[in-house]
Design a protein around this ligand. Structure first.
Ligand code: F6R
Length: 241
């Protein structure tokens, strides 16, 4: 594992965007595994800036996202499809038809998991997967206790997550209770993995995940076993290392 220490969030974003753009430049028809959340927003902004300057071309890139809420469609501003359109897809020249996320509107869970997993396989796997890190060590929606050998699956969101999400929805019934996510096995099959972490509130979990024992209780700890992982974290997130 390589660790790059960034000064702050902006520097972390620039470093991560550098790795993604190197991937796109070296292999224009690559498959990028993408994430949502607050961690990658700056990375996407930086990629957009370089694209606008004419330094990057996404026309041959394919993307597959980690996860999506079950029951939310692309127009719902809480869906991950909406997030990706807002932060990246509509701002660069990626072919919208080659940007993939699990289909949150598919109610047949087994069929959707099979479809998404087969899709990743047919694309020849993920060349570079970008990951954020949850405070409890989750990656994608793989929460503590998740089996390492899982492929794409549908998870029941925890009460804490559902409650935390309530404020974004008109009523409690509208809050998604489930989500589709790549499993740990899917993530571990990516050829390269880039993890981005920022902030003092993540310092404890960075220490546990990358310097503690490998255990399903800390899902990200399995990344220690991958042969091409780059951790890009700011000084605050690395303060306990
Ligand atoms: C996002 C995802 C999540 C986030 C994680 C960190 O697609 O799968 O695992 O990466 O929750 O979130 P932020 O970046 O908001 O701290």
């Amino acid at each position: 594992m390589r660790i790059y220490k960034a000064k702050d969030y902006k520097d972390m974003s620039r470093k991560a965007a550098n790795m993604l753009s190197a991937q796109v430049i070296m292999k224009p028809n690559c498959v990028l595994g993408l994430a949502t959340g607050s961690s990658p927003v700056g990375t996407y902004d930086q990629l957009v800036e370089w694209y606008k300057k004419g330094d990057l071309d996404f026309s041959e890139v394919t993307s597959v996202n980690l996860d999506e809420y079950k029951g939310l469609d692309a127009e719902n501003d809480q869906s991950y499809r909406y997030f990706m359109n807002q932060h990246l897809f509509t701002r660069v020249n990626i072919n919208p038809g080659r940007t993939y996320l699990p289909n949150g509107m598919e109610m047949d869970e087994a069929a959707e998991c099979r479809r998404y997993s087969a899709l990743i396989h047919e694309l020849g796997g993920i060349d570079m997967q970008l990951l954020g890190l949850g405070h409890n060590g989750h990656i994608g929606f793989n929460e503590p206790g998740a089996a390492f050998e899982k492929d794409v699956h549908c998870v029941q969101l925890t009460e804490t997550t559902i409650n935390a999400n309530k404020r974004f929805f008109a009523s409690a019934e509208d809050v998604p209770k489930k989500a589709y996510t790549m499993g740990i096995k899917t993530i571990m099959q990516a050829k390269k993995i880039v993890v981005i972490v920022s902030g003092a509130d993540k310092a404890e979990i960075v220490k546990k995940a990358f310097f503690g024992p490998v255990t399903p209780q800390v899902p990200a700890s399995i990344l220690q076993m991958h042969n091409d992982v780059t951790l890009i974290a700011d000084e605050a997130a690395l303060s306990l290392i």
